[in-house]
Structures are given as C-alpha cells and as structure tokens.
Design a protein around this ligand. Structure first.
Ligand SMILES: [Zn+2]
Length: 480
C-alpha cells in the first residue's frame, strides 16, 4: 500500500509540475535550439533540397513540421526579430527601425536593448527559472542580465560602412553577459578572422576575378564576406554553448548572410527576371551561384549545430522571404533583391520529438498559416510555460503531436510584462559614449573608412545610413 501511495504521490507531483508552476520538464526534447536565418525562403531552399544540396535542412524537414511563416510590413530586421522575440507588435515593443534620433544629443544612433518596452524570450525564460544562451539577436546590446549567456549584436550601421549587420567587436563593453564570456568569444573571433576568409573564398567566391569586376562589385563582395564572417563567429559561439552548456534550456543563434546575399546577388542568381541590370554572362558565371552556395554553407553550419546535441528540438525561422527588386537611384543598382514592399512569408521549421511530420512548404494547405507572432507562444509551450493573453499569437497546436497536447494542455496567463518598460516613460538609447568608443576602435582597427555626423532623423527609414570612402561609390546604400 505504501508503495502504491508513494507512486500515486509521485504521479501527482509530476502531474502538477506538468500542468502548472514549474516550466521545463527535464525532457531533452524540451530543450531547444532556435536558429534565425534572416530572409531565408522556401523558394530558394526547396529547389536546392531537391538537388540534394541542403541535406541537413532536408533531414529537419523530413522529420518535422515545415511551413511558411507570415510576416509584417515593413519587414525590417530589427523590428521583425524583436516581434519574434517578444510576441508583440512594434507599437508595443517599441523597436521601429534601425536607428533613431537621440533627443538628448540630436545624434542618429542605433536602437539599444533598454529601449525594448516588452520582455523578450530571454527575459521571460530567466524570470521563470529557465536558462538560455542567446547569440546575435537584434537589438540585444547592451547585454541584459539573464539566467545563462547573451552574446549581443551591436548594429554598426552608423559608424562603419563595412559592417551593417550586427556583429561583435573585440573590445566593446557589454557585448556579453556575463562580461567574462567575452574571454570565450574573443579567441573564436580571432580564429574565424584567421581561417574563414580563405574558406569562404574557396566555397563562395572562387570564380570571382576581381580584375574583371567594377570597383563597386568588389566592394560589395568585401562587405558580404564580412557579414559571412559574422555568421561564422555567431555560429561557432553557439556551437561552443551547445557543447559546453548542455544545461541551457534554449540556445538561439541569428545568422544574417542569407539576407545579405539575396539583396546583393539576386540579379546574378536570376538575371532573366531583372533585364534592366544588363547582367553579363561573365558576371553570372562569377557571381550567379553566391546565393545557392551560401545556402549550402548555412546548411553545413546547421548540420554542425544540430549534431552537437541531437536530442534538442530545433526551431528554424526566418523573418521574411525574398523577391527580385530594383531600387532606382540607390546603390548604383547593386541592390537587386528585396522584401520590404510585400508580405513575403519566411520559413518555419519545427523538428524534434514533440513535433508532427508535415511539410506545408509547397502547398500551404487550408489551415491558418503560422505567423511571426506564434513563435514565442509555441516556444513557451515547448518549455511548459503558459502563453500570455496579451500576445496576439497562438501556440501552433497543429505542429505538436497529439499525445504532447493531451499531456500538456495549453495554459495562459495575462501577461509576462509586469515590470517591463512598457508602462514607463520613453527611454533614451544608450549610445553616445559607446558609439564614440566604437568609432575610435574601428578607426584604430582600420575598419572604419569614413564616419558620418549629424545624419537626419531616420525613425522610419528602411535603409541604414552610410557613406563610402570612395567618392565614386558615395551613393552606395546598405541593406537591412
Ligand atoms: Zn533585408
């Protein structure tokens, strides 16, 4: 009798834990690897998978729930990635673009993490006693205190015309939490800087003959190489966390090269759709495979990340899709792919023990398409936490196995945002000192070609500001 009572008691305890109160079951498949691929689209992935070029993504598709992911407009990276992280619309989370005018100084500066007015998943998980490792997410600098590790992304659009996606700078403060994690990141950066360029050259740019290209094309290739390098640094940092911190409930990593490659190389990838560029056969031969080659490279990165901890569930998402696009008068026509004008769906892929196998990437089906607002409620559900009634999204029940849904009913609470900045007065960006330090640092490193002062207010701009050091290229614009 005692034995039976004891086991009943144990069951009750387990049941309570599953239904309320404590998040995280200790079940390895509740642990999650979230991979954010900026601008990734099934339009590119599906044909490459059929050619056998993306074996790791294909393995995830074959074993999980794959769908399009509806997005918002404008589909600018800082806005959408913050929406995904908070489950809230921009009016509530407060991140409206890349840069804003600092009312105190009159300078145009990047949005900073203190300006986010609702809690991101790393805040929520930490407060609920779960742990996370967050690498490279937009608007995460300065690093916030979390139960785990943050490696931030500092948006360098204001101060460098070479690095316009977030990246890590060797000596900028507050790029990691805890601070001392920078000691782990620094050798990764150094190693990547030493080895990756030749690897990228061999894999992505081996057909390029710089002498046969215009200066602007060579500048674009150099810029892109730097973004690819940032992806390598972020992904190797995430690999480190997956290896050394198996206890972390959620590990996330953001990679931007897929977006940048599509903005810059679409006219070589699909030249027929963009006759106005008069792309030559020679250019197509040299640059036509940059986009598929980079997707292939990303597939290898995904393979490495997943292999470290194969029991971990995988959430692979993008913020929007892509299409051919010209922007007359901008970037001397170096921009040929875009996404801001239409709601081009991104990708959603959920793979692991709790998820059903269903591929809705070719035919979306009749059911309601998942949206960027559904990612956080579903992530919370996976962590056995309630979703929040003030989040417009829903738990994507169609992606979870029936027994999971039976064992673990969807719960909700009013909000996670008690104590968030949303109720307070407007917050100014943390900017001036570090911007200056960063500028000096970049100048010393030779990164900074030309800095600019006193740019106009850019609250709704969709293009980061920049100027080139090369007069002939001075109108070149960066992508988001
Ligand atoms: Zn973009």
């Amino acid at each position: 009798m005692t034995g039976r009572l004891a086991s009943l008691f144990l069951l009750t305890l387990l049941g309570c834990c599953g239904l309320g109160g404590c998040g995280g079951s200790g079940d390895p498949s509740s642990k999650v690897l979230v991979i954010g691929l900026d601008g990734a689209t099934w339009d590119i992935i599906n044909p490459l998978m059929k050619e056998g070029r993306l074996p790791n993504i294909k393995a995830l598709v074959d074993s999980g729930f794959a769908s399009h992911l509806q997005t918002d407009v404008p589909s600018l990276s800082p806005i959408i990635w913050t929406t995904i992280a908070t489950g809230k619309p921009p009016d509530q989370h407060g991140i409206k673009s890349f840069m804003l005018l600092d009312p105190k100084t009159g300078a145009t500066v990047p949005y900073t993490s203190n300006m986010r007015r609702t809690k991101a998943f790393w805040n929520i998980l930490s407060e609920e006693g779960l742990s996370c490792g967050v690498v490279g997410w937009w608007i995460s600098w300065p690093a916030e205190e979390v139960n785990g590790v943050i490696v931030t992304s500092y948006s360098a659009v204001k101060v460098s015309n070479r690095l316009w996606k977030g990246t890590i700078f060797p000596d900028l403060e507050d790029q990691t939490y805890p601070q001392e994690f920078m000691k782990t990141v620094r050798p990764i950066i150094e190693d990547c800087e030493r080895t990756v360029n030749s690897e990228l050259q061999a894999r992505i740019f081996s057909r390029v003959d710089t002498k046969k290209l215009k200066p602007i094309q060579n500048t674009v290739i150099d810029d892109t190489r730097n973004v690819f390098l940032a992806d390598e640094i972020y992904s190797r940092t995430a690999e480190h966390l997956l290896r050394e911190r198996k206890d972390l409930d959620v590990v996330s990593v953001y990679l931007s090269g897929t977006d940048v490659a599509c903005h810059r190389f679409w006219k070589y990838y699909k030249p027929r759709g963009l006759p106005e560029f008069n792309t030559t056969q020679e250019e197509v031969r040299m640059l036509g495979s940059v986009i598929p080659d980079y997707y292939e490279h990303i597939d290898r990165i995904i393979g490495r990340l997943v292999a470290i901890d194969p029991d971990r569930s995988v959430v692979l998402i993008s913020d929007h899709g892509f299409q051919a696009e010209t922007r007359q008068g901008m970037g001397q026509n170096e921009r040929s792919g875009g996404h801001e004008k239409k709601r081009l769906p991104g990708i959603l892929l959920l793979s692991g023990e709790p998820f059903v196998r269903k591929n809705l990437t070719e035919k979306p089906g009749r059911s309601e398409l998942p949206t960027i607002y559904d990612v956080l409620p579903s992530l919370l559900y996976l962590q056995e936490l309630p979703t929040a009634l003030d989040m417009p999204g829903r738990v994507l029940k169609e992606a979870f196995k029936k027994d999971v849904l039976l064992d673990r009913p969807v719960r909700s609470q009013d909000t996670y945002d008690l104590g968030a900045a949303s109720s307070g007065a407007p917050v100014a960006p943390i900017a001036s000192d570090l911007d200056r330090a960063l500028q000096e640092r970049l100048e010393n490193l030779g990164y900074l070609m030309l800095q600019q002062q006193n740019e106009p207010q850019t609250g709704n701009q969709d293009q980061p500001l920049e100027k080139s050091d090369d007069e002939a290229e001075s109108k070149k614009k960066k992508d988001d």
